[in-house]
Design a protein around this ligand. Structure first.
Ligand code: 1HN
Length: 380
């Protein structure tokens, strides 16, 4: 049989297989070959400017009118991700939400976990989460763990705005989106001092409460975050990430939420970060200062109030070209979605403790089969 005959025969078979809902692995090989050296990033690096976000929110306010059950939230859609299900990255959706004076956004819950990073707060405004009142002051971080009831309240006379971040893309991919309205505007609030996070993170904890581990309503007040940052006065930190602190879960020390981790990052004046990439993606809000996100193809400027995204497996570096003002970023990452499965890779390796990145070209065999890795080197 000639090569042409053989390939015709295979083409014929492929067509036949398709009619009986089967496919040979050889058809998938083309996709695998594209993954040599890692995945093609999902989406592109992008920045949303503060003023554009604020103007769109004003327009949304007119178009939508007062909100009660729905949220006046505008998701930042990555221009490199297409379709009605597109988010900010392939795993996460983030965007600003505005609550006007006097509004209450009805209580509901869903299987998506959410973080709220307050960009324009007020001591009277709060989100109620599973019976707890979490006050929203400037730059506070609030958690709405998966399946916790939450309603937003703005009894003040000023607009309140925050950045929502949710693990929407992951849950869609898993086919795990669940939603439930509470049925009333506001949930019941428990007011006893012993019901708060202080009790759940204390070494003396209620016996009658299930261990909710990483799923607690928590407020990380900016006042305290700022104090911790100031303890590192003048410290540059990592040559890749600047001084980066994790918002740890105070109960178990793990990531902020089981699927999402939050960081505060400070880039000292003149910081010029080294290039790196991770299997994870991230979304940052600029709390203070300005800088650049530099990729292989472009330089993206960012300034206070902007939001920018770094897709998965995208080589990038961060720069603060000011000679006087530090840059402070709030960064949301999906790293915890990768770590449990040994899929968190970094290049270069081990900046923040990732597994060894699969190298390309690889050494002849994977590392555990390298000669030096055998306990008996004479055994060949
Ligand atoms: C949601 O429930 C909220 O509760 C905000 O404030 C943003 C984006 C997608 C899906 C659900 C909220 C959301 C969301």
């Amino acid at each position: 049989m000639t090569d042409t005959e053989a390939s015709l025969r295979l083409e014929e078979f492929d067509a036949h297989a398709a009619t009986i809902n089967l496919q040979g692995q050889w058809k998938a090989e083309a996709h695998l070959i594209k993954a040599i050296g890692g995945p093609a990033p999902a989406g592109i690096p992008f920045r949303w400017k503060r003023d554009e976000l604020a103007q769109a929110m004003d327009e949304a306010t007119v178009a939508l009118g007062p909100v009660d059950t729905a949220r006046r939230h505008l998701t930042c859609i990555n221009p490199g991700l297409k379709g009605p299900a597109a988010g900010t990255t392939h795993t996460m959706s983030a965007g600003l939400q505005l609550v006007k004076p006097g509004e209450v956004c009805w209580s509901h819950r869903h299987s998506m976990a959410a973080i709220r990073f307050v960009t324009q707060g007020n001591p009277d405004a709060y989100t109620a989460v599973d019976g707890e009142k979490l006050i929203m002051e400037d730059f506070d971080l609030l958690l709405t763990p998966r399946f916790s009831w939450h309603d937003h309240h703005n009894p003040s006379d000023q607009d309140v705005v925050w950045l929502d971040g949710l693990d929407v893309g992951l849950l869609r991919g898993l086919g795990a989106v669940f939603y439930e309205p509470y049925g009333e505007s506001s949930q019941h609030i428990r007011e006893r001092a012993g019901d708060g996070i202080g009790t759940r993170s204390h070494w003396l904890r209620p016996t009658w409460e299930q261990d909710r581990g990483g799923r607690l309503p928590i407020r990380y007040p900016w006042r305290e975050v700022k104090q911790r940052l100031d303890l590192y006065d003048g410290v540059e930190g990592s040559p890749y990430d600047g001084l980066a602190l994790r918002y740890a879960n105070p109960v178990n020390g793990g990531p902020t939420l089981p699927t999402l981790d939050c960081w505060v990052q400070r880039l000292l004046p003149g910081f010029s970060g080294l290039p790196h990439r991770r299997s994870s993606s991230s979304i940052s809000f600029v709390i203070q200062g300005s800088g650049q996100l530099v990729t292989d193809d472009e330089v993206i400027d960012f300034a206070q109030g902007d939001v920018f995204v770094v897709p998965n497996w995208t080589t990038h570096r961060l720069v603060n070209d000011s000679d006087a003002e530090p840059t402070i970023l709030f960064t949301l990452t999906d790293i915890p979605m990768y770590t449990p499965f040994g899929l968190f890779y970094e290049e270069p390796e081990d900046i923040i403790g990732a597994s060894l990145a699969p190298a390309n070209p690889t050494p002849p065999l994977t590392p555990i089969y390298r000669e030096g890795a055998f306990y008996d080197r004479d055994e060949k």
